[in-house]
Design a protein around this ligand. Structure first.
Ligand code: BGC
Length: 831
């Protein structure tokens, strides 16, 4: 959406250097008492905090977020009628460096879009017969205040003593401030946003304040989040409290900042003195669970600290829960990694000197993301950036927003998973929302990508040249060559191109572009044929015997049905041979469980899901993870960080398992775009005795929940208005399938075979196995609480998963009673 700018950008007179204070702008103006309505439109090259008459305007933070500024800068609009008074008023704004001016990437490149923070504001005063505009111009004054230093990666330094009293109110003497100067910027880039703003979404209280072996004070919020810490502190003027943020502690209990890499992620607050002071930064954000506090006056109390969770304010649309606590924690980790990485731009990670819109991560995660949150706004806007940059540079950038060809070490060339997001993202959004406009808006970008790749294929139609990220972070790839996994990179490229060309042909057909549809269909057939000739035997054996290769050919429609069955068998053997550890990277992980469960290997899929030995889905959970990790072993079993620099503890890409959980364990499937037809087909397994999934579809909420007890299955379903559902009753003795319309439905039946092999619990059973059964775990936890008061043996103690019950007993002061009560619980569970 565009709007009519009637104002200009303004700035201070000099370019900013790293570590410079934020720029303060102010201007006074008159309002007469006939004012009917006032609207403030404001944005910045940098991050802007607007004020009127001393009060903060709106509740957005980190505005205007990061977009492809050269093409699109978002302008926030606020109804500020109630913040104005008849007479003299003051408009103020603080502008920090943000993404436009400050450091970006691990090479800390500055001035990526502008060499200094710049402000654009237009205050529209409507008087009925006329509209008066207060526009940013040279009448504005420019000064400094308490925000001494600020950077997205670096953090914020704030000296409360230096905040000019009343600077954003009428009557302030700004004689010592300078005049603003006009800053040249293309006003055609200004747009009204279609994505939701970034806001403070949740406050989290500390779960603990620790004193480290080195005597440091460390606050633990129990959850990795994106945002910052709000302080409430009283002390003498001039004292500085320093907060260093981190995702994890070292094994010996000190702050571990390795996963932040070169990002300083430190906030400093210097007290103004004279009573309780509340402060939080506004020109940075951090990815963290722990904060090391120094300079605190006296002993810090928990209520002095609040973690403020910050991200794009998207409506939540998806929920999932089972009887297995480890799986529940895995799903929570997926949700938290999405929250942590949807701070305006869908990023790879929120903590280190990167936080970039890496396209491949988003591509594999989107089907999960569309289930969890309404992402139309954030991803629709991101696709507009992608299209603009693709048009400008001739290629889909690997990271969007994209500054220039030097942004990442190698200029972006077409690759599978990363660049083909141009096709697969609009396609995935169309599947979720059923809105053809999504495809229409992206059509040029989608076709441009396919047309760019077409001449790169060999005569047969194989994509066999050029750089590829391959199965990025395959656990078997050398640590310094994450693109060099077991699966041939060009096999992966050719497989993804089969998928992309099919999606492209379908898109053209849906949009009535007949010639394109025929052409892309023919291209798809050619690419598929070339793939089969090169990589697949007649019996469905793939030349490259890896889990990723099999998962791709199975899931991307490359094989005939009988080949597909054989390939499924072979995939299951590979998975078994790897002892149900993960052997796939970014390209294969999001499809491997689907490939197993859709070829009759549900048991293997569950074993893969439930394994806790590294590398596995649940290993991070057993290590206490509260978000998804970048690599399966970002933290090694001894708690140290994998020494590769690629060890973020908050990366959503591998969280793509969320889609399988929702679809296969929960059983909630969309079989027509926009959820107009739904399939309910839970596939119970892995000893999980119940699961619930709910999703806010465009037509309303669909909910399914199944539960097995004493071999009785119950299934409850609510179908939204205007839709219908094909139900495949899980484990039904007659494999019953039926069609139902909107409204609630319930089924109860007896299973013909005993469901799930009962576990025989003993004192040698490891805690991990006990966590997996919510009821038994609850009973065991009661015993722990009685006999081990104060020991934090709750869900956060999942890092003890490998410990047998007997080992817990050995550590207890009174082993006898504890053991007796535990044995009691176990024998009840076994009976
Ligand atoms: C990011 C990844 C990204 C990759 C591609 C990394 O540094 O964190 O998630 O996709 O680079 O090169």
């Amino acid at each position: 959406m565009t709007f009519e700018p009637q104002s200009s950008f303004i700035s201070s007179s000099s370019a900013s250097n790293a570590g410079d204070p934020a720029v303060y702008f102010r201007r006074e103006f008159d309002v007469d008492d006939r004012l009917q309505r006032a609207t403030l439109r404001i944005t910045a090259l940098g991050i802007v905090e607007p004020y009127l008459n001393g009060g903060r305007v709106g509740d957005e933070v980190l505005a205007p977020g990061w977009t492809s500024y050269r093409h699109r800068v978002m302008v926030s609009s606020y109804d500020v009628t109630d913040q104005l008074v008849a007479g003299q008023n003051a408009l103020g704004a603080i502008v920090g460096e943000g993404w436009a001016v400050g450091d970006l990437t691990w090479e800390k490149k500055r001035h990526n879009y502008a060499d200094r923070p710049a402000l654009f504001a237009q205050l529209e005063l409507e008087y009925g017969d006329r509209t008066e505009i207060i526009a940013t111009d040279e009448q504005f004054r420019v000064g400094e205040g308490a925000v001494r230093k600020n950077g997205i990666y670096a953090g914020e330094t704030y000296d409360a003593r230096l905040e000019p009293d009343g600077w954003h109110q009428a009557g302030f003497d700004d004689g010592g401030w300078a005049s603003a100067q006009l800053f040249d910027w293309n006003l055609e880039t200004l747009e009204l946003p279609t994505a939701p703003p970034i806001r403070r979404i949740e406050d989290i209280a500390p779960i603990d304040i620790l004193t480290s072996p080195q005597g440091k004070t460390i606050v633990d919020f129990g959850q990795i989040v994106s945002g910052w810490v709000r302080l409430a502190v009283a002390g003498e003027a001039g004292r500085t409290v320093t907060l260093r943020y981190a995702e994890v502690l070292t094994p010996d209990g000190e702050l571990e900042t390795e996963t932040n890499r070169g990002a300083e992620t430190t906030d400093r607050y210097t007290l103004g003195g004279g009573g309780l002071e509340t402060w939080e930064p506004g020109f940075t954000f951090h990815g963290f669970r722990f904060v090391e506090v120094s300079g605190w006056p006296g002993a810090p109390e928990k209520d002095a600290f609040t973690a403020v969770v910050v991200h794009s304010d998207m409506p939540r649309t998806g929920w999932f829960e089972t009887s297995n606590e480890l799986v529940n924690q895995l799903h929570k980790n997926v949700v938290w990694s999405m929250r942590g990485n949807f701070v305006g731009v869908p990023t790879d990670c929120p903590q280190r000197d990167e936080r970039l819109g890496w396209a491949g991560d988003l591509n594999v995660f989107t089907p999960t993301a569309t289930y969890l949150y309404d992402v139309r706004g954030v991803l629709g806007s991101w696709l507009q950036d992608l299209a603009a940059e693709q048009e400008e540079t001739g290629s889909v950038p690997w990271v969007v927003p994209y500054v220039d060809a030097n942004m990442v070490p190698v200029p972006s060339s077409p690759t599978a998973v990363w660049s083909d997001v141009a096709v697969s993202l609009p396609w995935a959004l169309y599947q979720e929302y059923g809105d053809l406009d999504i495809l229409r808006r992206s059509y040029d970008s989608m076709t441009a990508f396919v047309r760019q790749v077409e001449p790169l294929l060999n005569v047969k139609g194989l994509w066999d040249t050029g750089f590829q990220f391959g199965d990025w972070l395959d656990p078997d790839a050398p640590a310094d060559r994450p693109w060099d996994g077991k699966t041939d990179n060009h096999l992966i490229a050719a497989a993804y191109l089969c998928k992309t060309t099919r999606e492209m042909a379908e898109t053209s057909r849906l949009l009535g572009e007949k010639d394109d549809a025929a052409r892309f269909r023919a291209l798809h057939e050619k690419v598929r044929g070339a793939f089969r000739d090169e990589y697949v035997s007649r019996n469905g054996r793939v030349t490259n015997e890896s889990a990723t290769a099999y998962a791709l050919v199975i899931m991307f429609g490359i094989l005939d049905e009988d080949q597909r069955c054989k390939a499924g068998d072979r995939l299951a053997q590979i998975i078994e041979k790897a002892d149900f550890t993960i052997s796939t990277g970014f390209a294969g992980t999001h499809v491997v469980t689907h490939a197993l469960s859709s070829t009759g290997h549900l048991e293997q899929a569950y074993k893969l899901l439930l394994n806790t030995a590294p590398p596995s889905f649940l290993y991070p959970v057993t290590m206490g993870a509260t978000t998804m990790w970048e690599r399966w072993d970002s933290l090694l079993p001894d708690g140290t960080v994998h020494a590769t620099g690629m060890t973020s503890l908050n990366h959503y890409a591998l969280g793509a398992i969320g889609e399988w959980l929702q679809r296969v364990v929960g059983g909630l499937n969309r079989i027509e775009a926009g959820w107009t037809r739904i399939q309910i087909a839970p596939k119970p397994g892995g000893g999980i005795t119940s699961a619930k999934a709910a999703h806010e579809t465009p037509s309303g909420r669909v909910e399914v929940s199944w539960h097995v007890e004493d071999n009785e299955m119950s299934l409850d379903l609510t179908v939204p208005p205007g839709t219908s559902a094909a139900v495949i009753l899980p484990l039904h003795p007659d494999n019953a399938e039926l069609e139902v319309g909107p409204g609630p439905h319930s089924w109860r039946y007896t299973l013909s075979e005993k469901y799930g092999a009962p576990i025989e619990y003993t004192m040698d059973t490891v805690l991990g196995e006990i966590f997996a059964n919510a009821e038994v775990w609850a009973a065991v936890l009661d015993v722990f609480r009685e006999h081990l008061p104060g020991v934090p043996l709750d869900a956060a103690a999942t890092h003890l998963a490998a410990m047998p019950l007997s080992a817990v007993v050995e550590r207890a002061p009174d082993t006898k009673e504890l053991e007796r009560d535990l044995r009691d619980v176990l024998s009840r569970a076994n009976s």
